[in-house]
Design a protein around this ligand. Structure first.
Ligand code: FAS
Ligand code: PHB
Length: 390
């Protein structure tokens, strides 16, 4: 098999890159280890930056988003019962859109299928070779048959646990990580959201987030210690704990119901440098993980893909490789600033359990007071939350 760009991973990064390359007349093949049903069964991100919605529009996959996306202009931060609304639209002129990652992925699949894009599912035993040449190869098995894909470039969009980052020589790789001693227990429910905008609540018992997927489908999260077991959390226990962490007025408004999805995800930061080695490029979770507090994971994947798709288009149009040579530096600059925001927001809003001190709890309160009393502080929060310029 031959193509111009071999893409490993058929999540949002891989599918969006393949679709953007197609729109620019560049051929690609996507190799995904799971079935399409499995990929679409994942419940993950829900909040899209304006830059992300513009990229989906550029890829020709924004019809569902335009029809069903919920545009938001502000967010509530609650600290020890006091609420601070950040009017990020008023402060930055940018909105955020609620539209689930699952729907984004489904829209991308439809577009790839409509344009007869080559997305192979249930591939296995992927091996990369000749990455330090102009003709790298991807070996893999598909329907029990050994296959080989010759291409000009290989892009690892295979997430944190994928194989592409492992193909980078240890001598050139630098990995940075920081893990929090807690995670998020998330529930998806067919119930109307408790508030028209998102609510991030700091509480002595732990963090809580009230989000949504539509006007009839809600997404809630509570902070839990990392050793919590999902089987120990009945729906009733979850709802009772969420109510304890919300301001009384909001808790009274909460409409509960059966969970249609319930899972625990860890909160951690990870960045791999560089994001390119010779003909291998990394994009999305294959290169970086951010704590979900800042809602940056999916949005950062989109900014990587934006940089890389533009660089590849320039290369194929005029053999100008400056964008490709600059990709890692350009992508990492935005990755690190988004990581900073996500990491510091996680610090501000979560109960550190046994690692807190009287001093750090006072600092946390001062941070919130500053947000509450300073428009400059709220502008700084807002410009990070809506997504820094590309
Ligand atoms: P993905 O991990 O989505 O996709 C990688 C793809 O590569 C997968 O389909 C995988 O099957 C495939 N793959 C892996 N190894 C392979 C191999 N060897 N061969 C072939 N294919 C292979 N972000 C937010 O902004 N907000 C959230 O609320 C949020 N919640 C999350 C909850 C969870 C449990 C997780 C894990 C992540 C969450 N994220 C959230 C982050 C998430 O949305 C990611 O940023 C996003 O999925 C990144 O997309 P990709 O880079 O495509 O990686
Ligand atoms: C979500 O709706 O899944 C969501 C929203 C905001 C976040 C994180 C997750 O900061």
């Amino acid at each position: 098999m031959k193509t111009q760009v071999g893409i490993i991973g058929g999540g949002p990064s891989g599918l969006l890159l393949s679709q953007l390359l197609y729109v620019n007349g560049i051929d690609s093949v996507v190799l995904e280890k799971h079935s399409k049903q499995h990929v679409l069964s994942r419940i993950r991100a829900g909040l899209l930056e304006q830059g992300t919605t513009q990229m989906l529009d550029e890829a020709g996959v924004a019809a569902g988003l335009s029809k069903n996306g919920l545009e938001h202009e502000g967010v509530d931060l609650v600290f020890e019962g006091r609420s601070c609304r950040v009017d990020f639209f008023g402060l930055t002129g940018k909105k955020m859109t609620i539209y689930g990652q699952t729907e984004v992925t489904r829209d991308l699949y439809e577009a790839r299928e409509k344009s007869a894009g080559c997305v192979l599912h249930e591939v296995s035993d992927i091996s990369l070779s000749a990455l330090d040449t102009e003709k790298p190869e991807i070996g893999f098995y598909h329907h029990d048959q050994a296959k080989s894909l010759q291409c000009d470039f290989v892009v690892g969009c295979d997430g944190y646990h994928g194989v592409s980052r492992m193909a980078m020589p240890e001598a050139i790789k630098r990995e940075y990580q920081s893990s929090f001693p807690f995670g998020w227990l998330g529930v998806l429910s067919e119930t109307p959201p408790v508030s028209p905008e998102l609510v991030y609540a700091y509480h002595q018992r732990g963090f809580a987030l009230c989000s949504m997927r539509s006007t009839t489908r809600s997404r809630y999260y509570i902070q839990v210690p990392l050793d919590e077991q999902i089987d120990d959390w009945s729906d009733d226990r979850f709802w009772e704990e969420l109510k304890k962490r919300l301001p009384p007025g909001l808790a009274r408004e909460l409409i509960t119901g059966p969970s249609i999805e319930k899972s625990i995800a860890p909160l951690r930061s990870f960045v791999c440098e560089p994001m390119r080695w010779k003909s291998l490029f990394l994009a999305g979770d294959a290169a970086h993980i951010v704590p979900t507090t800042g809602a940056k994971g999916l949005n950062l994947a989109v900014s990587d893909v934006r940089y890389l798709s533009r660089a590849l288009s320039k290369y194929y149009q005029s053999r100008d490789s400056r964008g490709l040579d600059n990709y890692s530096r350009q992508a990492l600059a935005r990755v690190w600033k988004s990581s900073r925001f996500s990491w510091s927001l996680t610090q501000l809003l979560h109960q550190p359990y046994d690692r807190d001190s009287a001093f750090s709890s006072r600092i946390r309160r001062a941070e919130f007071e500053y947000l509450l009393t300073s428009e400059v502080a709220r502008l700084s929060f807002a410009e990070n939350y809506v997504g820094l310029p590309y």
